[in-house]
Design a protein. Structure first.
Length: 275
């Protein structure tokens, strides 16, 4: 009887897990399939799950209609600039709030936590006014600097740093490591899983950011991928949007860096213990 219950539970678990996976994978599959369909086939009344013929020219048209190379370069500059500032500021803040001893530490930490409850749409108007007065509109400085603080990263890394064995920290100090040495030679290696996972989330958030670049950029020279893909809608038949196949191709191109990074760092993300 016990074996039957375990087998039945395993079957139900497998069915539910498979259904969830299919629901999550189907949008990605539909994006890939749509990017290879013709315009008429994609807009037909009866949707097809498999294209009758592969139209790789959709990807060529994406580069013909828009300056995708420029958009990709701009996205790389913005994303890596934002990520670098977020990691440096976040690691120093996490170390200070977890290991530092100063007056008002809890008070300032609670203030930072409170920022997590404030939506970005509430503060973007004063931020934009300030950035505009400084002349940072249509500049990488305006794209990068306002996004340089991640409260989410500080919160997670602070909690991870607090779980590091104090004996290892003391051993590092006895070996002559200072604050920066402890962060890079003790804390980051001991919290590699959470650090890698959170860094990848920060990268994805910055790479996929649409709202702030849309506000800060008005010229093509500073336009990023997310804005460029939205601009694809305006490059076909005036205001009539019919090139969904090319839009899907552009979205797939923009998704490739995230997919590559995920598979490159997945072994660090799914570790069960700190090494």
């Amino acid at each position: 009887m016990k074996k039957k219950k375990i087998t039945l539970f395993s079957i139900i678990n497998f069915i539910i897990s498979t259904a969830i996976i299919l629901v999550m994978i189907f949008p990605i599959y539909w994006m890939v399939v749509s990017s290879l369909m013709s315009q008429s086939e994609l807009l037909s009344n009866v949707p097809k799950l498999v294209p009758s013929s592969l139209h790789f020219e959709n990807y060529v048209n994406v580069f013909k209609r828009t300056n995708m190379f420029k958009y990709t370069l701009n996205s790389c500059i913005m994303t890596f600039g934002v990520l670098a500032i977020q990691l440096v500021v976040g690691l120093l803040a996490a170390y200070g709030f977890s290991q530092g001893k100063f007056k008002g530490k809890k008070f300032f930490y609670y203030i930072i936590l409170g920022l997590m409850m404030v939506p970005g749409q509430v503060t973007f108007i004063p931020e934009y006014i300030m950035i505009a007065k400084w002349g940072w509109v249509n500049t990488f400085t305006g794209l990068i600097v306002p996004q340089g603080l991640s409260v989410f990263f500080i919160f997670l890394m602070r909690n991870a740093f607090m779980n590091v064995d104090k004996d290892i920290i003391e051993a590092g100090r006895m070996d002559g490591l200072g604050r920066f040495g402890l962060i890079f030679h003790v804390f980051i290696p001991m919290t590699r899983t959470i650090f890698t996972s959170t860094s990848l989330i920060l990268f994805i958030n910055s790479w996929n950011n649409y709202f702030w670049p849309k506000i800060m950029t008005t010229t093509e020279d500073i336009r990023v991928l997310t804005i460029g893909i939205a601009y694809l809608k305006q490059t076909y038949a005036g205001d009539i949007v019919a090139n969904y196949n090319e839009i899907m191709a552009g979205a797939l191109i923009a998704s490739l860096p995230i997919i590559i990074l995920f598979f490159a760092f997945q072994k660090y993300m799914f570790e069960n213990k700190y090494i």
